[in-house]
Design a protein around this ligand. Structure first.
Ligand code: SAM
Length: 296
């Protein structure tokens, strides 16, 4: 058996031994916004993938791979001796990911595995690089999740995490009177939603989290994706869906006057509609951090 076949076989064994990917569930509610994000910022996200420290023969894991957006792009940077495994709990996403990679023509081997992050079906030290994008808030505990990534990466190998920080993910020209109450309302919601609420604004703490999981934190960079009116169609869709989603989220925590003010900014029929501003700017922030597994 080749090394790749070994890993695929152990993944299958791990799968049947207890990991429980969801086979019946549809795509999650956030899927629309996530794929809108990919469409609106494809150029910048591709540039981030282009900068990853990959070589042709590497063994890569895309953990919580979702629809395979990054899996296929990383695969294109690998040669015929390299391979990438996409792992995700969602069978619906794994099907999307398989369809997505079939449209790309790289030489690397690609496979997908149903897996939960807390029981990754791979032996220790399997991969040269583990990639995990925009997923720590979906996973139960960021330190446990990165601890698993640390387990399966080889000594000297890298864990690369792309994340955002919900409380300052999107910078918009909000009226100042609204901006801070809106963020305070979001924070209240997060505190109520989870005992581990800080995972929703994990971006600011990535080096500390990598260290807590036993990795040596290396560089962390913030990537600002700037747009200015007139926005393209994908950008408009993404921004409108973000505005509607954030309004729904904070509505129970804002007083009537602030909620009305917010409603005017979000409503396409209102003269105050944010997307109608002649000099609208938007900035989408992402944090990319690397941790290295120490060699023993
Ligand atoms: C926000 S999506 C990000 C997907 C992809 N990395 C991207 O950026 O497009 C979060 C992903 O985490 C997966 N996920 C959630 N809980 C998980 C778990 N316990 N184990 C593995 N994957 C999980 C979801 O199915 C989803 O694909």
């Amino acid at each position: 058996m080749t090394e790749t076949e070994n890993i695929e076989a152990s993944a299958r064994a791990g799968h049947s031994a207890g990991a429980s990917p969801t086979s019946e569930q549809p795509l999650p509610e956030y899927d629309n916004q996530l794929s809108g994000f990919h469409r609106a910022f494809e150029r910048e996200l591709q540039a981030i993938v282009n900068e990853l420290p990959l070589t042709a023969e590497m063994r890569v894991l895309d953990l919580a791979c979702g629809d395979g957006f990054y899996t296929s792009r990383i695969a294109e940077r690998l040669g015929s001796g390299g391979f990438i495994t996409g792992a995700d709990i969602s069978q619906a996403y794994l099907s999307e990911a398989s369809a997505q990679v079939s449209r790309h023509h790289g030489r690397a081997r690609i496979n997908f595995v149903g897996a939960t992050v807390d029981r990754l079906p791979f032996p220790d030290d399997t991969f040269d690089l583990v990639w995990c994008a925009q997923s720590l808030y979906s996973l139960p505990d960021p330190v446990v999740a990165i601890g698993q990534m640390a387990r399966v990466v080889r000594p000297g190998g890298l864990v690369a995490v792309l994340e955002n920080d919900t409380l300052h993910q999107v910078l918009l020209p909000w009226p100042v009177s609204l901006e801070l109450p809106l963020r305070a309302a979001e924070l209240r919601l997060f505190l109520e939603a989870s005992q581990n609420s800080s995972k929703y604004y994990v971006g600011r703490r990535l080096p500390a989290i990598l260290a807590a999981a036993g990795l040596e934190p290396l560089r962390m960079t913030t990537h600002a994706f700037d747009r200015q009116a007139p926005l393209g169609e994908a950008e408009q869709k993404l921004l409108q869906s973000y505005l509607e989603e954030v309004t729904e989220r904070v509505a129970p925590y804002l007083n009537a006057a602030l909620l009305h003010e917010l409603g005017q900014l979000v409503d396409p029929g209102s003269p105050q509609h944010l997307l109608g501003l002649p000099y609208l700017t938007m900035t989408w922030l992402n944090v990319l951090a690397f941790g290295r597994k120490r060699s023993v």
